[in-house]
Design a binder for this molecule. Structure first.
Ligand SMILES: [Zn+2]
Length: 393
């Protein structure tokens, strides 16, 4: 455990490990703060004791060597961290496992979350396991698979008109006024990010301590990217190594607040009131919590990384590459990481000899409407000749 409190990332004011969401003094993001002198290894640095953990055995996801796709892209080593194989089909199970465990510890009976769908399913599943009531606010454009999955676990789902940011602000208000624990997986809940950083701990072990040169993460607000960087910083405290990985944040052209700030050399992120992209999982315009984007941008710069945006057409192309080259079916938001890799290779932002890891965040079955398959499925009689007529053309 060794967590000693929550600390504001801006003014460094310390707070107890309570259900808090921002700094009273400056409204800054709160982060879990650890006493490293009392810890034995980085892997134990979580704000929860393992006895009280609500887990569906998330994590320990595979790291695949993508031989065919790396050849296609002209890259020497491409590794894919398969987060879509988590219990509910996305990386969100990691932050939500910690968040739900904290909800129980704090004595809440209800939790609420704003989500574009993956966090929704995850909060619903872990709430079912913990015996908590879950209320989920989703944008009305959320894919039907994600809504059904969330309902199936027994959660109450409410669709909210407009972009994701509307769900975010309404969930925040409901949480505060009705005293319901808010598990929205941006930077709002300081405990959930701690689940994201475990991706780094796993990569460190899976690569036997060798550090990737660049890690690609599709980003909305960016807690996964920030969490992974924090995880590597912790590993460095215990097992000193020279260079931290460069963090590459990937956004969609139709919703690129952080990429736009990076590409224009700004240090403050402005929100996007009208996100337009097929990649729903990263369609977060950050309206009202632009500071989350600014923090992610700051971490990317600290890592000597970059944030770029990719077109929806490139995202769908990358989704196909993963299907046909590697046999992996991920949702568009996850494929955005591969599209960003292809783009940044072209733009010489990275070198073809770099060791690259791409985080594949969510499963393709969660958003079937986006799958870009053309062609009919033939219907034949139970007859060999009919079969040969079609396949011997
Ligand atoms: Zn502060």
């Amino acid at each position: 455990m060794q967590a000693v409190g929550l600390r504001c990332i801006i003014c460094h004011t310390m707070y107890p490990l309570d259900p808090l969401y921002e700094c009273d003094k400056c409204h800054g993001i709160l982060e879990v703060y650890y006493d490293f002198s009392k810890a034995k290894d980085p892997f134990a640095l979580l704000p929860i004791t393992s006895k009280k953990r609500i887990s569906l055995d998330e994590g320990a996801t595979g790291l695949l060597l993508a031989k065919n796709l790396s050849k296609r892209l002209g890259l020497k080593t491409l590794l894919l961290k398969c987060e879509f194989t988590n219990p509910t089909g996305s990386f969100k199970d990691r932050p939500v496992s910690i968040g739900i465990s904290k909800a129980l510890e704090f004595g809440f009976q209800k939790v609420i979350a704003a989500s574009s769908g993956n966090g929704a399913a995850s909060v619903a599943a872990y709430s079912a396991c913990a015996g908590l009531e879950a209320i989920i606010l989703v944008p009305d454009t959320t894919p039907v698979e994600k809504v059904k999955q969330t309902l199936a676990y027994g959660a109450s789902v409410v669709r909210v008109t407009g972009p994701y940011s509307n769900c975010f602000s309404l969930a925040k208000e409901i949480g505060e006024k009705l005293n319901i624990f808010n598990l929205t997986t941006t930077f709002l809940n300081p405990y959930t990010v701690e689940g994201d950083k475990v991706v780094a701990h796993e990569l460190f072990k899976q690569l036997n301590g060798s550090i990737p040169d660049v890690i690609y993460v599709p980003i909305g607000a960016g807690p996964l990217l920030v969490g992974i960087y924090k995880g590597f910083q912790e590993c460095q405290q215990f097992h000193p190594f020279e260079k931290l990985p460069r963090m590459a944040g990937i956004q969609a052209e139709g919703n690129n607040p952080i990429a736009s700030a990076f590409l224009h050399g700004k240090s403050v992120v402005c929100s996007e009131p009208n996100p337009r992209t097929i990649a729903g999982g990263i369609a977060d315009g950050l309206v009202g919590y632009e500071k989350d984007g600014t923090y992610t941008l700051q971490i990317v710069k600290q890592s000597n990384g970059f944030v770029i945006d990719v077109a929806d057409s490139n995202i769908l192309e990358a989704q196909m590459w993963l299907l046909r080259d590697e046999g992996l079916f991920v949702e568009p938001s996850a494929a955005a990481g591969i599209a960003g890799l292809a783009r940044s290779l072209k733009d010489n932002r990275i070198h073809k000899d770099d060791n690259v890891v791409v985080i594949l965040t969510g499963h393709g079955l969660k958003d079937m409407g986006s799958v870009n398959i053309v062609g009919d499925v033939p219907l034949i009689q139970n007859n060999l000749d009919e079969f040969i007529k079609i396949f011997n053309k």
